[in-house]
Design a protein around this ligand. Sequence first.
Ligand SMILES: [Zn+2]
Length: 309
Amino acid sequence: MADIAEVAENIYLIDDQLFSIPRWGSVYLLNEERKALIETGPATSASTVLDEIRKIGVSPEDIAYIIVTHIHLDHAGGAGVLIKEMPQAQVLVHYKGARHLINPTRLVDGTIEAQGKEVLARHGAVLPIETHRVQAIHDGDTIRLGKKQVLEFIDAPGHTKHELCIYETRNGGLFSGDAAGVYMAENDILLPYHPPPDFNLERCLNTLERLAKLTPSMIYYSHLGVSNKVQDNLQLAMKKLRVWDDIVAKAIKEDAFNDAPRRLIAQACAELEPIRGVESLKSLYDHLVNTHIPSCAAAHKILSRSHKA
Ligand SMILES: [Zn+2]
């Protein structure tokens, strides 16, 4: 897959080279009468995103909507930078996340708390967005981009409290953000994705069931790629969530939480095998093993503590 691909009619996937890792983060451009970007990537991806939008033949000045599925910095951190090049754009965000894009202090502090100080270098500066350019979105809200393209927003809590999925009518596809896990489409690898602090297993499972009932024709994952095995992938996401939760719970019970990441990696080992040792995917593999999976283990632990409380 190239860095840009038209993955459905008028929908372009842009690899935003998230954290300088190829094939890890995607931003989608919907090239309709009113043009929309779904996800921004972090500020460190902004120049890549702008270049790729221009390569598609679209001027950033013509973008009408910057839509973020949630405010985690790898999805929304670049909005404040991008909007400076997109004078017409409104930022659409879950109503629970809107104030954190207007004043990102708490968002940045919370990210440092969850992931450590080095997170700032990885994501870049998070610039505030003027209040009048931020539109708070609720479950069921819709916007029309063109004759055949209407976007419908779905409240999708679980990965965070402030996540939206977006159904698009032109192709019948669903932008899942992080609500349906991460899916490395080229290698058919699906993994749960649940960093601290507000992962909630039950809410995740309910959201996945709700998404399945929408019977979309395909899923556009934010990490990274597209699948038309919609029901299989949603069921798999539910199954893996339960399996991972059991593994971490067992480790905690045995007073061996520090071993939980290793156990999760062992569980995912066979699936990760196709990308292990592939030179072009080395940074992706290392990120999954060293950052992604341990952060999921930490989130399960926080959840299990809150259950006990
Ligand atoms: Zn996220």
